[in-house]
Write a protein that binds this ligand. Sequence first.
Ligand code: FEO
Ligand code: CA
Ligand code: CA
Length: 641
Amino acid sequence: MSKADLSDLSADEWDEVRFPRSKVQEFDRVVERAISRRSFLGGTLAFGSGAAVMGTAFLKGSPVAAQQTSRFAFEQLAPQTDGTVHVPNGYSWDVLVRWGDPLFPDAPAFDPETGIPTEGSDRVFGENTDGMELFHQGGTELLVVNSEYPNPKINLPASQDGEASSADDVLRLQNFQGVNVMEVVEGADGWSVVVDSAYNRRIHHNTPMVIDGPAAGHDLLKTAADETGTQSLGTFNNCGSGRTPWGTYLTCEENFNGYFGTTQEVLGDEAVMQGYRRYGVSTDIDAGRYNYHGFDARFDISQNPNEPHRAGYIVEIDPWDPEATPVKHTALGRFKHENAAYALTPEGRVVVYMGDDERGEFMYKWVSTGIYVAGGDTSTLLSDGQLFVARFDDDMTGQWVALTPEATGMEPAEISIFTRMAASAVGATTMDRPEWIAVNPTAVEAYCCLTNNRNRGAKEDGGVVKTNAGGDPMEVNAVNPREINNYGQIVRWRPHEDDHGAESFDWDLYVMAGNPEVHGDDLYAGTANINAGNLFNSPDGMQIDTAGLIWIQTDGDDSNEGDFAGMGNNQMLAGDPATGEIRRFLTGPNGCEVTGLTWSADRRTMFVGIQHPGQPFPDGEGSLPRSAIVTVTRDDNALVG
Ligand code: FEO
Ligand code: CA
Ligand code: CA
């Protein structure tokens, strides 16, 4: 570094250059804390400006006092291993809607053995319920829900091994996925879907959309069907959800690569081929996961090489206008989007936090150029802004690194389309599969579930540490401290200056899941807030309610054996941010993932998603297993969030 360069440094940076902190020592300290299973939370209150940003809800008592008075209104549920849903004493659950239930009066009837025919398959509630949000105005409540991916063996019961074997099969699968908009109402017998509501809508793999932002119109988005690169058909692998302050729904395109395949050798230019490799689009002949490419040329990359570039975005949907065209926002980057959690900066810029769920991929933040004004024009707020990627340093601070042309060597449109490469170029921290991010409405902080990563710290033959698909190593570090991380952790960060727009933050681990019953006192036992009573693995879905309680949903190993003994089926737990206490609240049927959570307008009902049950849930023997949304209420009709 030249003298001129040194003169530009701040005092802290200058110190750092002359007296570099030993990252090994800092890292060792973090790991030691985890191993000793002393609470991270004691450290949390002490570090940085942590105490100042804890929020009013948690300043009423000391952490010790808070621990003595649990904020949970329920007794912990024991782990379960059966084929149904369980909730604590004093609560009840019911089925709201399941795959194949009608959303329109002319929908076909569900047959317990054969499911739903292709004709009318876009008139029923879709498969594999995932992220959801509830919107309300004037007494009307709309539940907007993702249908993430198909279960071909169940959705096409007559097929051979669940393989789509005709254009008709492919169309049926395409119709079962996407987004469901449905009016819901509470009556004397509980909640139900208003089947003849004018708001009901199915958005699927062939629904017209528009593309906006820096990549709109770029050559990489042009196809034979759309030579402008500004239109698109369908939204894919809709995983987590988000919402905007102006009342629109955000659906997040995750594992879009699986829908593409090829019928012949692919001869694309190097940039395109590199993109396929980084995003996992297979160029092996007939390797497409759902066999779309065999019957729908749009998904055959030898014929339509740019089609995969039109998926992997955040898509905005106006739930109140069934005619509104969904918008794919390329400004928010293209990767395997888990969910989209918004915050506002003090001056009113929109911040969207997003995870890229793949082993060793990254966490992102986007900040709008425009200011949100209630009642003002919001039509372009998500079209122009700055994308950042997270770097977590081992001293428990971090930086949001701007993905600019200067920093990445890429044009704005390329940053939007090949976001993973842009993030690799600036040295982002490889993460243990970022799933849902949740912003705490009662404190200036946010959380991300890092679900697990079997490759963290693992070595290739020859001793080189494994990398993500871009060649970035997945060495053990402070925020991803476990080699072969089979349990997962939740990272929390507090932006500096109490501003979600700030480019620096402090972080800690809210919890490392683990199993102290199996592992005693080592790193795999988990943090101090894990005990024999609340065991779980693979945190995934997450929401924070209006009181600031964290609701954690799991998508992990439900064998209940070995490392996972005592954990039972996948589940939903509640966490107290101040004390760290975590308590199991709900368990799903064996084989399922619990994912998707929102609340009724009066906060007296929770809507919880049960995805891909391994049993004939909820209808019992003789019926196909059906993903479902269940309602959870308190028997005394008190608030549940
Ligand atoms: Fe669709 Fe990463 O979960
Ligand atoms: Ca998930
Ligand atoms: Ca998952």
